[in-house]
Design a protein around this ligand. Structure first.
Ligand code: FE2
Ligand code: FE2
Length: 288
């Protein structure tokens, strides 16, 4: 890979900026006005486009295998979950602080929205931790290898994935082995046998897989897989179990997308509740 400038590597002003594009694609049904969310202005759009160009060019099966080898050793840091959230919160973007919520605020708002609707406590906890994998950014990973829509690698890239035209520069798109709808997979093989593009979803799934109920793990692992949970573009890879579990992923997605609110949650007040949830389900420390 050639050497890139910082702007070429990380075109987004904030790692949340790609979600402007997601909100643009999937606006909240029956929402009164979109002014509550940031205006999706042209320069921002170019930035997001540049981001997806990099993402779609470099997220190949070989790249994902490399990243899995590198990060699934969990040999970087070990700390309590709440500390990991505070660590995530040290992620500083050059975005407008007036409109940008920090990571902890987004996570608390997601968790609180799920709690308000009376869902089980593990669902609330899932909302609270679902983006913890973004600590990858703090290990020097480029934005396009941490956030953005995720998709299967090793088979044809669906044209239901945002900016599908950028896959033309991905080496896998000209590899005949990977270039059919099934590619290296068997029909209905189940998502557990499918390798997804690398990012914060898969990383956190690998950290939490032994501790949370199955629906929670699907929410964590596939929350950015819009081509499936919104477009059903990869039905041919799913098995019956996946189909059941994707109902949970669909249930989770609106909380992630539409719970953002300019009123910052009271971290100090909420902390004991979330510390209890963490203690109930997760080990004392996690390895990153
Ligand atoms: Fe996320
Ligand atoms: Fe999120």
């Amino acid at each position: 890979m050639k050497a890139f400038s910082e702007k070429e590597t990380n075109p987004l002003h904030s790692i949340e900026q790609w979600e402007d594009e997601v909100l643009n694609r999937y606006p909240e049904p029956n929402a009164k006005a979109k002014e509550e969310y940031r205006n999706y202005a042209a320069p921002a759009r170019d930035t997001v486009k540049e981001f997806y160009k990099l993402n779609h060019t470099y997220q190949s099966l070989d790249f994902v295998k490399e990243k899995r080898k590198e990060f699934l050793q969990f040999n970087r840091k070990e700390m309590p979950v709440w500390k990991a959230m505070e660590f995530l919160n040290t992620l500083v973007d050059d975005s407008d602080p007036d409109i940008e919520l920090d990571q902890l605020q987004h996570l608390l708002q997601t968790g609180e929205a799920i709690r308000r609707d009376g869902h089980p406590d593990w669902f609330v906890l899932t909302g609270f931790i679902h983006d913890m994998g973004k600590v990858l950014c703090l290990f020097g990973e480029p934005q396009w290898a941490v956030v953005g829509d995720t998709f299967p690698v090793g088979c044809k890239f669906s044209d239901k994935i945002v900016y599908p035209e950028f896959f033309i520069s991905n080496p896998d798109s000209t590899n005949p082995e990977y270039n059919s709808p099934l590619g290296i997979y068997a029909k209905g093989c189940g998502m557990r046998n499918v390798t997804m593009s690398w990012g914060h979803d898969e990383y956190l799934y690998q950290i939490t897989k032994d501790y949370l109920p199955e629906p929670a793990l699907y929410m964590i692992r596939y929350h950015s897989f819009y081509a499936q949970h919104r477009e059903n573009a990869y039905d041919h890879l799913l098995d019956d179990h996946d189909r059941k579990m994707f109902d949970w992923v669909k249930k989770f997605n609106p909380y992630d997308l539409y719970s953002k609110n300019p009123v910052a949650p009271n971290v100090k007040e909420l902390r004991p509740y979330y510390e209890d949830l963490i203690a109930k389900y997760l080990p004392k420390t996690v390895k990153l």
